[in-house]
Design a protein around this ligand. Structure first.
Ligand SMILES: Nc1ncnc2c1ncn2[C@@H]1O[C@H](COP(=O)(O)OP(=O)(O)OP(=O)(O)O)[C@@H](O)[C@H]1O
Length: 353
């Protein structure tokens, strides 16, 4: 028997609190994840109730363990302990149930930039691609959904707190011809983000739903690395046109990229193609090309997976310096900008941006 979320919820409806209401009706069950024969979920309780809720947790585990075919059940009790949201903007909070996957009014396409592994340059690709597309006349938005480590404010050179005239809608900022928003703009730069899953999901949904994006040809979303809740929420709750996978050429990054691709396949999010970042290094002194992380791995992987290969970006100090300085290299006339321009053109020609 295949295990589905509905079957899990039905069992959980039989777990009641002392006041008689069940934990599903009370909206306490979060983040149900079914992984083969294993099931994981979270029960959210108030901080005061926490210690008294262990029997409820145990009961929830027991009833789900009773479902035929389930081998392992992990249930975690959590209570909100997130830092306070910026008062006027109400970022955070629980995700509101979305009936179906939603499109964003005025936004024609959503492109998610993803990677399996951290640090492969996904955020750098996102900002440069956004700028390169804007330079080619597209109306582009950039949403920094890398909520654990938002880096777009630094890379795009913005630090102003977005306005919210009515305390509900959020007015995004403009930088290098791109309309952008990042949770980083709501936080102090060195504030660690320790929000738990459900809070993050709420924040993400708010960023998608409450930001006044205006009319956009494409909204680029810089995802966190890996295959976590943000990716799942995004793919399930919004109409993502496609995902672009960024990888460095070496095996370990490709291994993780494969996991990310599997996730998108399972979520039925089309994969637009792969980009190889840090593809090669040209020594500025002698002009010799070196392949520090190997070369061509992402292209070969794309071929293997029958996916388009969108292009390669060299490893270059100028790219890092430009990103750190708040002006993506794609916004300059440095010849390296051509690499991003080429990928942007490919996306436009494929009607993906
Ligand atoms: N092609 C490149 N050449 C040189 N430096 C690069 C290149 N791409 C990215 N970098 C640098 O590598 C570092 C990591 O890049 P970036 O933050 O874009 O990666 P990421 O995959 O988004 O990371 P995270 O996992 O933190 O989200 C940054 O300092 C960035 O400037």
């Amino acid at each position: 028997m295949s295990i589905n979320k509905q079957a899990v919820l039905e069992q959980l409806e039989t777990v009641h609190l002392p006041d008689g209401k069940n934990i599903v009706a009370l909206d306490m069950v979060r983040a149900i994840t079914i992984d083969g024969n294993d099931v994981r979920f979270v029960i959210e309780v108030s901080a005061e109730d926490g210690p008294r809720m262990e029997p409820v947790r145990a009961a929830a585990q027991q009833v789900v363990e009773g479902i035929e075919g389930i081998e392992k059940v992990s249930v975690i009790l959590t209570s909100p302990s997130a830092p306070k949201a910026p008062p006027s903007l109400k970022i955070g909070g629980h995700p509101k149930p979305a009936a179906d996957s939603q499109s964003i009014p005025g936004v024609d396409r959503i492109l998610a930039i993803a990677s399996g592994k951290g640090g492969v340059g996904k955020s750098t690709v996102s900002s440069n691609l956004a700028v390169a597309l804007a330079k080619q006349g597209r109306r582009v938005g950039l949403l920094d959904a890398d909520i654990h480590g938002p880096s777009q404010p630094r890379m795009m050179g913005v630090s102003k707190r977005p306005a919210s005239p009515d305390g509900k809608t959020i007015i995004p900022l403009q930088a290098h011809g791109v309309t952008m928003m990042s949770l980083g703009l709501m936080l102090d730069e060195d504030q660690a983000v320790i929000w738990r899953g459900p809070m993050l999901m709420g924040a993400l949904q708010q960023m998608l739903g409450q930001v006044e994006w205006g009319e956009l040809d494409v909204l680029i979303i810089d995802l966190p690395p890996g295959t976590g809740d943000v990716q799942l929420t995004l793919a399930q709750k919004s109409k993502v046109t496609g995902a672009v996978i960024v990888s460095t050429p070496q095996d370990v990054a490709l291994l993780d990229a494969r996991k990310a691709m599997n996730m998108f396949n399972q979520l039925k999010t089309p994969i637009v193609g792969m980009i190889e970042n840090m593809s090669h290094y040209v020594c500025p002194d002698c002009g010799k090309e070196a392949h520090i992380f190997g070369h061509g791995g992402a292209r070969a992987e794309a071929e293997k997976q029958n996916l388009p290969f969108l292009g390669e970006i060299p490893l270059d100090l100028e790219i890092r310096l430009a990103g750190d300085g708040g002006t993506p290299i794609a916004a300059t006339d440095n010849p390296i900008a051509d690499a991003y321009a080429k990928i942007a053109k490919g996306l436009i020609d494929a009607d993906m941006a």
